[in-house]
Design a protein around this ligand. Structure first.
Ligand SMILES: [Zn+2]
Ligand SMILES: [Zn+2]
Length: 325
């Protein structure tokens, strides 16, 4: 279940933090907003809603929310800060148009991996990284009318998380079907077939979920990409499926499968854990669990096969065994 807003706020409330009616009101209004608000935007919204709250109280509350981790402070180079809430809103980077001042959000595992690599090479403990790309957006560049861009990032995130999971399942299905065709070992073949069937079933579930998501917004498919995961976009099993074509035996095929499942499990777990509570996060973590089950199954089979093989030929050749029998 996704954490309800009240539980989220309780969890983030600093120890000993007093409850205040005014503050709670501001927080509740703020959490209902999408996008990046300046402090004055929030004051304006509070006034439009007929709440008599002073500017100073709004400012103080925003500061409190930043410290509590409820709000993130962003600087788009306009000479003032903007604020966005982190409730069900994943971490992200920004593209900022200097013509219309609209910003759009994206996240890239490749960029994050590179940043981590650099920080660790320099023995640096990274706490936060900010990436902002300034320029001209497509609408301003082409003179197209600006469409309604107020789509919840959470929805784009869930859509892209599902797309990545689906691409992974498809490449997994291809991998296991191919492995089942190639493997001569009877038991190994059965394992690969079983996994191919499971991938097919999961794929159908994920596609149904994707369909449900599209029902929430008929234009969701054509909305801009949020998650850029280059390494995972073609399916984490694609390279493994390619390797199978050079002709491998059951043991090698199991080994490649283990490597792919482990990579996939780690990928989904690592990112799933770092996201804010959201549908996208759940998709990643559930998928990580499924991959772990596959991984364990493959490791068991690999061990079984190794034991069977060493029993069959304990150093003796076939002929030697026949003569000694
Ligand atoms: Zn623009
Ligand atoms: Zn943002």
């Amino acid at each position: 279940m996704i954490e309800p807003q009240s539980a989220y706020l309780e969890r983030l409330r600093p120890a000993g933090g007093k409850r205040s009616g005014k503050r709670d009101l501001i927080v509740n209004v703020f959490l209902r907003q999408e996008g990046h608000l300046s402090a004055d935007d929030l004051v304006e919204i509070m006034r439009r809603n007929n709440h008599k709250i002073s500017r100073a109280t709004v400012y103080r509350t925003l500061q409190w929310m930043v410290e509590a981790g409820i709000a993130r402070k962003v600087d788009f180079g306009e000479g003032r800060f903007r604020f966005e809430h982190s409730y069900r809103h994943p971490r992200h980077f920004h593209l900022i148009c200097k013509t219309c001042n609209q910003s759009s959000e994206f996240l890239s595992s490749d960029v994050e991996a590179l940043v981590e690599e650099i920080a660790s090479a320099r023995g640096f403990t990274a706490r936060q990284s900010v990436l902002q790309i300034y320029g001209t957006c497509e609408d301003c560049r082409t003179g197209r009318p600006h469409p309604d861009r107020k789509v919840a990032t959470e929805l784009l995130f869930a859509r892209d998380a599902l797309r990545i999971a689906i691409a992974t399942e498809q490449s997994g299905l291809e991998f296991y079907s191919r492995a089942a065709r190639l493997t001569k070992d009877v038991r190994g073949r059965r394992v690969f077939r079983k996994l191919a069937d499971e991938e097919k079933e999961h794929l159908a579930t994920l596609e149904a979920r994707y369909g449900e998501l599209l029902n929430q917004d008929p234009e969701l498919e054509s909305r801009p990409t949020f998650l850029f995961f280059k390494g995972a976009a073609n399916g984490l099993f694609a390279a493994g499926a390619e390797e199978l074509t050079r002709g491998v035996d059951a043991k090698e095929a199991l080994k490649i499968g283990i490597r792919c499942e482990r990579g996939s499990h780690r990928f989904f777990k690592r990112y799933g854990e770092r996201f804010e509570d959201s549908e996208g996060k759940r998709i990643f973590l559930e998928f990580a669990d499924e991959e772990r089950e596959h991984l364990e199954l493959l490791i068991r089979e690999y061990r079984n096969l190794s034991t069977r093989q060493s029993k069959k030929s304990p150093r003796l050749t076939k002929r030697a065994r026949r003569t000694s029998a």
